[in-house]
Write a protein that binds this ligand. Structure first.
Ligand SMILES: [Fe+2]
Length: 600
């Protein structure tokens, strides 16, 4: 049975294809359209998935949309009408937004793909999150927690999943918290108040939180009130997201926390305002963690299950995830590589396969590499046409050579195999660099990433060496498989891991097992033989404001215009240093050409 899953029209659209119960491919629209967080109907992603599997739309048994758009429309309509006349200004915007495209999804899919409407199915938004978290995990029975901004009405659900011995699958979401009461909206409101982009920059709030102290917990607790049963409500007088498209926090929110940050003002952590913003971030972060830990602890007690599968955008919060693992009583916590709405495309397809069609249970391969593969021949051709020196090396010499380059503090663009599904570079589209020098962080920020100084870079380490450098609790390596947990760097290593240790001594480490990315694992070992530390800085292969590179050519163009020294695509290596050397050999050496080849 061939099932296409689609998520679209809100944030980060994607498509995923499941054939005979197993994912075949999945990709976010932004990786193909090159428009960051592209929310459009993912026609490029759908076409690529069908091409990849050599299918025509008519071959599909079902197309599953990741939420029930009519219910979502009902929620938007009800919320704006309930808040009348306060919501009068927002009403046309809300209606246009939902009526424009979002309601008539069945018609859009039927006309775009040319398939009968009867083959188009819909899942609940949080069922899609739950399926993405549970069915892609190796767990056979697990408690399930989902949390995000909002889907149709639900913003948080708890339940259980079971892959039964008879091959059937159950997912039961027992309880939910409904809009406007939402942990995701609480965090996004603080994100907006701190001058960052909602639905995009929430991780900046988490990074900033490490610089602050949770001095405003009482104020945050006034905006979110917890009940005796662990559920919570947002106090409506502090929020405007339910009634206004223009601003998500109210003037009462400003009375509580002070004037909001202008997005164009830099954050100066030496100023009183800068410290206040960091304290706001630390306070909302702490309250979010406390509420999640409380809900998960009750869920553990209620279900008696040792595994937790956690999905939804809130599951991108690695600090909260680490606390769930440490404090809620679960032995293992699974967060998929794409816990947000993009991952719902895969979740919806798996949900339809197992629950709607009652197809037998299948193991889902435990890796995040479901996107387009890099074609090294494209890289070689583009680089040669551009007059660059190109080398083709076998696996072993390539890895030794790149380990030398990294040990000599050169920055490497690394493209290998199929690209990652989800927001993080997990070893196939990464910028790699030495992890020991704080100066490397500044260099990456200055020459490539151009992001705020307070944001940390993440390390990647071999699974064999992880415990030596990082203080991982039981289950920590599993959570770190997809970079989903923030853990302490062991104090004795902090001075020697200066480029990847955050101000509070933590790191959002990826623990890499050999099977998941064998070439990168070999590279970490080769680097370890040179430096004594099989730990590299690993950041996504993109520059500020752009999606992570997908194709070899995108990697090459990024390499040419920023401070990456060496580019690897498969077994092809392009290096600015070798370009300079080859120009010298051919007699074309000049100060101009050196400058051009060095700066790119
Ligand atoms: Fe969601």
């Amino acid at each position: 049975m061939k099932i296409l899953g689609i998520s679209a029209h809100y944030h980060d659209s994607a498509a995923a294809l499941v054939v005979d119960g197993v994912p075949v491919c999945a990709v976010q629209e932004e990786r193909l359209s090159r428009s960051k967080n592209d929310a459009a109907f993912p026609i490029n992603a759908i076409e690529w998935c069908l091409d990849h599997a050599a299918l025509e739309p008519a071959d599909l048994d079902a197309v599953v949309f990741y939420e029930r758009s009519m219910l979502k429309f009902e929620r938007v309509l009800t919320s704006t009408l309930c808040a009348f006349p306060r919501s009068w200004g927002a009403f046309p915007h809300a209606i246009k937004n939902t009526l424009g495209e979002k309601v008539w999804v069945r018609g859009i899919i039927a006309s775009q793909l040319g398939i009968p409407r009867s083959r188009i199915l819909f899942t609940d938004h949080h069922a899609s999150h739950a399926a993405a978290a549970f069915l892609a995990s190796p767990s056979r029975r697990a408690a399930i927690l989902t949390a995000d901004g909002v889907g149709e009405w639900a913003t948080l659900t708890v339940g259980t999943g079971e892959r039964r011995a008879d091959g059937q699958t159950d997912i039961t979401l027992r309880r939910e918290i409904r809009f406007p009461h939402s942990l995701g909206m609480l965090y996004s409101t603080m994100t907006a108040y701190l001058g960052f982009k909602v639905n995009e920059d929430e991780y900046k709030v988490m990074g900033l939180a490490a610089y602050g102290r949770p001095t405003m917990i009482d104020q945050v607790r006034r905006t979110v009130r917890q009940q005796a049963d662990g559920s919570f409500t947002l106090a409506p007088e502090y929020f405007e997201f339910q009634t206004s498209a223009a601003r998500s926090y109210s003037s009462k929110f400003i009375d509580l926390f002070g004037p909001p940050r202008d997005p164009y003002d830099p954050i100066d952590l030496d100023s009183s305002d800068g410290r206040r913003f960091a304290d706001c971030a630390a306070s909302v972060q702490r309250v979010l963690e406390d509420i999640l830990v409380d809900i998960a602890t009750r869920l553990r007690r209620e279900t008696g299950l040792p595994d937790l599968c956690f999905g939804g955008g809130v599951a991108l919060n690695g600090v909260a995830n680490a606390r769930l693992l440490a404090e809620a009583g679960f032995d293992r916590v699974f967060v998929p590589s794409a816990p947000g709405d993009a991952g719902c495309s895969l979740g919806a397809a798996l949900y339809a396969d197992r629950i709607y069609f009652r197809n037998p249970d299948r193991d889902v391969p435990d890796h995040p590499f479901w996107g387009p593969a890099v074609d090294a021949s494209h890289l070689a051709r583009a680089a040669r046409e551009d007059g660059q020196a190109v080398e083709e090396l076998g696996d072993a010499p390539l890895i030794e050579r790149i380990a030398d380059e990294l040990a000599a503090d050169r920055i490497v663009g690394w493209m290998d195999g199929a690209c990652e599904f989800g927001p993080r570079a997990l070893g196939h589209r990464s910028i790699l660099a030495a992890s020991h020098e704080p100066g490397m962080r500044d260099r990456l920020n200055r020459e490539i990433k151009r992001r705020e100084d307070f944001r940390p870079f993440a390390p990647i380490v071999t699974s064999e060496a992880a415990d030596r450098f990082f203080d991982l609790p039981p289950g920590g390596a599993r959570l770190a498989r997809y970079m989903s947990g923030v853990f302490p760097v062991r104090p004795e290593w902090r001075p020697r891991l200066g480029a990847v240790t955050h101000v509070d001594g933590s790191a959002r480490v990826q623990v890499l097992e050999r099977d998941m990315a064998p070439r990168l694992h070999a590279l970490l070992e080769a680097y370890g033989r040179r430096t004594g530390m099989p730990v590299l800085l690993n950041t996504s292969f993109n520059v500020a404001g752009e999606p992570i590179v997908t194709q070899a050519l995108e990697g090459y163009m990024t390499y040419r215009r920023c401070g990456i020294d060496v580019l690897v695509g498969g077994n092809t290596l392009v290096s600015k240093r070798s370009t300079a050397a080859s120009l010298k050999e051919s007699g074309e050496w000049s100060s101009n050409s050196v400058a051009a080849s060095t700066v790119g």
